[in-house]
Design a protein around this ligand. Structure first.
Ligand SMILES: [Zn+2]
Length: 482
């Protein structure tokens, strides 16, 4: 059987409002003492009444509009009932049959495709988050778990796609783009590691010939873009193997175990009727004023795609560079801040895409917390332009800047790693190398270019890499011929 992979995503984003969705509790809960950030409303005490935070609605509409959704001017809240220790009310207030936004899309060029493909967004709806369980060990084998209700009532927007992805890689590309969009919208910080953006996936294998869909499996707990790709790939392989062996795939929810790099079965997948949805009696139907939608639409900030085009046009950098630089809002901001005081926009983008991203990844630091600032990077690039350090030396300097947080000139002064600009001094070294290597000079004069590289290398060695290579190259060429 020729198989096709079918993937759909469900993404929860935490909306960056100051207070929770239905009460006045703060949303600033990370790192707080457990169970100190809650009230009768978010804990669902009898008699407490929820009141919708207007900012939540505004942020959710902004998200839905940016994803080209149609906004339902009247939508409804429901109670989604289930028992779980992280949910003190035993129901979650969510939306069901009439969500806030429907029928959206995002256009993406995937690798190997020339044309942009339309990824359909099924719906965008508003709901509240549950609390958090802290497991004694891992979720599948813990003997006890602790409940922390600080996160109860944190506002979420859930974004559901149609099953339009054909590979784990496509799903990952979409997520990176979606994260950049919500960051540019200012509605979510997109931090997957901290859980402010979470992704679940539905995955199945379709028979390419008959079009018959396979059984759908849901994957949860993927906490990074990398994890999404790895977990989905694991699941593709697992399902294909079962099909090859003629074993039926079970409809279930599986958990991505990051330490073991496998998915493990958590529970059989529940159906919508398991949740006994019914309209939330304490909240009126949600009416969205047309004027509000229109105002949000007109005032959308610049989104990553437009920003990418502007980067290409204004800074004359290749599409590839612009794509990477706009893949997160903070990275784009870093570049723009730096380029405002440095004219060689391509050199700048090379350094950001190369050294900076390398060090950030290696040290697991977010660009927002980069020890090297845009101004710091520009200062270092100017030292290269002035000939104080070579490009190669600058890489060392950059590494030290990243590690110590010191600026480039400080590091250069302290360690004395400057380029030798005194040409008479360099000529002395060149002459010495020429005197000591008569065989190489002879080879060079007989047309062996390699000999010249060797001689330049010797000069660089004698000067501990501080000579200007171009100057040395020319000097040897001239003086060898004498
Ligand atoms: Zn509260």
């Amino acid at each position: 059987m020729k198989e096709e992979v079918v993937i759909g995503l469900e993404i929860h984003i935490q909306l960056m409002t100051k207070t929770k969705i239905f009460c006045h509790c703060s949303t600033d809960y990370i790192g707080k003492e457990p169970n100190t950030n809650s009230c009768p409303v978010c804990l669902g005490f009898p008699g407490s009444l929820p009141v919708l935070n207007k900012k939540v609605l505004e942020f959710a509409v902004r998200t839905a509009v940016a994803l080209n959704c149609r906004i339902n001017q009247i939508s409804r809240f429901y109670r989604k009932n289930y028992f779980y220790p992280d949910l003190p009310k035993a129901y979650q207030i969510s939306q069901y049959d009439i969500p806030l936004g429907v029928s959206g899309h995002m256009k993406i060029t995937f690798p190997g495709n020339k044309e942009k493909r339309r990824i359909r967004i099924t719906r965008v709806h508003i709901e509240e988050d549950a609390g958090k369980l802290v497991h004694e060990s891992d979720i599948t084998s813990s003997s006890y778990s602790l409940s922390d209700y600080n996160r109860c009532g944190i506002p979420l927007a859930e974004i559901v796609t149609e099953p339009d992805f054909c590979s784990p890689e496509e799903a990952q590309i979409f997520l990176v783009k979606l994260r950049s969009i919500v960051q540019h919208l200012g509605v979510c910080d997109g931090n997957m590691e901290e859980g402010s953006m979470r992704c679940d996936a539905n995955i199945s294998i379709r028979d390419a010939k008959t079009g018959n869909m396979g059984t759908k499996v849901e994957i949860k707990n993927m906490n990074s873009f990398k994890a999404v790709k790895k977990a989905l790939q694991f699941e593709v392989d697992r399902q294909k193997k079962l099909l090859d062996e003629g074993v039926a795939i079970v409809q279930e929810t599986r958990h991505w175990d990051e330490l073991k790099d496998i998915t493990v079965s958590m529970r059989s997948k529940e159906e919508a009727h398991d949740y006994r949805y019914f309209p939330e009696p304490d909240l009126l139907p949600l009416t969205v004023d047309f004027k509000m939608i229109d105002a949000i639409r007109r005032n959308l900030p610049e989104l990553p795609e437009a920003r990418r085009e502007r980067f290409i046009k204004n800074y004359q950098i290749p599409e590839y560079d612009a794509e990477i630089l706009t893949s997160s809002k903070a990275l784009g901001d870093f570049y723009e801040k730096a380029v405002s005081s440095y004219s060689n926009s391509k050199v700048l983008s090379n350094w950001i895409m190369g050294e900076l991203i390398h060090y950030l990844n290696e040290n697991k630091v977010e660009i927002e917390n980069s020890p090297v600032s845009p101004e710091g990077l520009v200062e270092m690039l100017k030292l290269i332009d002035e000939g104080v350090v070579s490009g190669k030396m600058a890489k060392d300097v950059f590494g030290k800047m990243f590690k110590t947080g010191k600026n480039a000139s400080q590091i250069v002064n302290e360690s004395g790693i400057t380029q030798i600009t005194d040409e008479d001094k360099l000529i002395e070294v060149v002459d010495k190398v020429i005197r000591e290597n008569p065989k190489s000079i002879e080879d060079f004069n007989q047309g062996k270019e390699k000999a010249l590289n060797y001689l330049v290398g010797q000069v660089m060695r004698c000067t501990k890499g501080r000579a200007k290579p171009d100057f040395v190259f020319e000097a040897i060429k001239q003086r060898a011929k004498k």
